[in-house]
Write a protein that binds this ligand. Structure first.
Ligand code: ADP
Ligand code: ZN
Length: 296
């Protein structure tokens, strides 16, 4: 039995089980202070472990965080803007309380690993998972390993060309203004069009522009990382009409430069929605637990 914590900035979801067909218990609660919130998660696992064994726990968390097991601050939420959570030991506290291997990574790397294990990226050694929601985040695998390095990828904050005559919207990233997140997150769409993204009609011009910005970003990522697939999740991607628009625009922008059949002949399978739906977050955390168990 594995445990998973989907640690979001507004809510925590904890579950135990072994995969999508076997989620045995789940609890959700609001994210308050770190000590209180983390302790609630620990109590849940202690209860669930009565009479059975908990083998490992995975934590897929908001960040920024330290995912490097060799680092002194491994398992910490680091420089987060979330009040009270700066420099919080998370994985260490869980590990001390439960005495099992603990996997710890970003929420997007977790979601990516869940899609790799049970969803839309099975069998791939190199792929990107991008979430387009309140913010934009990216993660995935390179050569079969979760993407880490200096810290972890922050793909939402890359720069994309911005024609200020065609689109005068200044962008809303507090750090960069018109980076990708500043231009194409849900709140950015709402800021530009003065209407919540979910209320814009499927044929609203917002979606052409959105597809253009996302295609520019995916082109940069494809040229940089050479992924075998890109999975696009998050609230904004509920606008399913975006998928064909993004695929078409990205092929136009690449202009035949990358000669790969998986891209040119199968673009419908190159840029895809996630397969795990509402359970993606917590299943991602379970997948992190499984990986921690096998790395032991
Ligand atoms: P979060 O990123 O906070 O974890 P979501 O992935 O659900 O959560 O993203 C929330 C964002 O997605 C909001 O900005 C919201 O406006 C947008 N959103 C939610 N549903 C839709 C929809 N059906 N169409 C377009 N945008 C949506
Ligand atoms: Zn930014």
């Amino acid at each position: 039995m594995l445990g998973g914590i989907e640690a979001g900035g507004t809510k925590f979801v904890c579950a135990v089980g072994s995969g999508p067909g076997d989620l045995r218990a789940e609890v959700r609660f609001e994210t308050t202070g770190p000590q209180e919130t983390i302790n609630r998660a620990i109590e849940f696992f202690k209860e669930q472990a009565r009479g059975t064994t908990l083998d490992a726990v995975g934590i897929a968390a908001f960040g920024p965080l330290d995912p490097d097991p060799r680092s002194e601050t491994f398992g910490f939420i680091t420089s987060t803007p979330k009040q009270g959570w700066q420099n919080t030991d998370f994985a260490g506290v869980v590990q001390n309380a439960l005495r099992v291997p603990v996997g710890f990574d970003t929420d997007v790397n977790g979601a990516a690993l869940g899609e790799w294990r049970w969803g839309a990226a099975q069998g791939l050694e190199n792929f990107i998972y991008l979430t387009i929601g309140t913010g934009i985040g990216g993660g995935g695998l390179i050569n079969g390993e979760l993407m880490h390095g200096l810290v972890h990828p922050e793909m939402g904050h890359i720069r994309i060309p911005h024609d200020r005559e065609a689109d005068p919207y200044a962008g809303l990233c507090p750090y960069h203004g018109d980076c990708l997140e500043g231009m194409a997150s849900g709140p950015a769409i709402a800021g530009r069009w003065q209407e919540a993204a979910e209320n814009l009609e499927p044929d609203h011009p917002a979606w052409q522009l959105q597809a253009h910005y996302l295609a520019l970003a995916l082109m940069n990522m494809t040229l940089t990382l050479s992924p075998q697939r890109i999975v696009l999740g998050g609230g904004v991607m509920r606008q399913r009409q975006l998928f064909p628009l993004i695929r078409k625009r990205m092929l136009e922008l690449l202009n035949g430069y990358v000669q790969a059949p998986a891209l040119l002949d199968n673009v419908d399978r190159f840029i895809v929605p996630p397969a795990l739906g509402d359970q993606a977050g917590v299943l991602g955390a379970l997948a992190l637990a499984e990986r921690a168990l096998h790395a032991k």
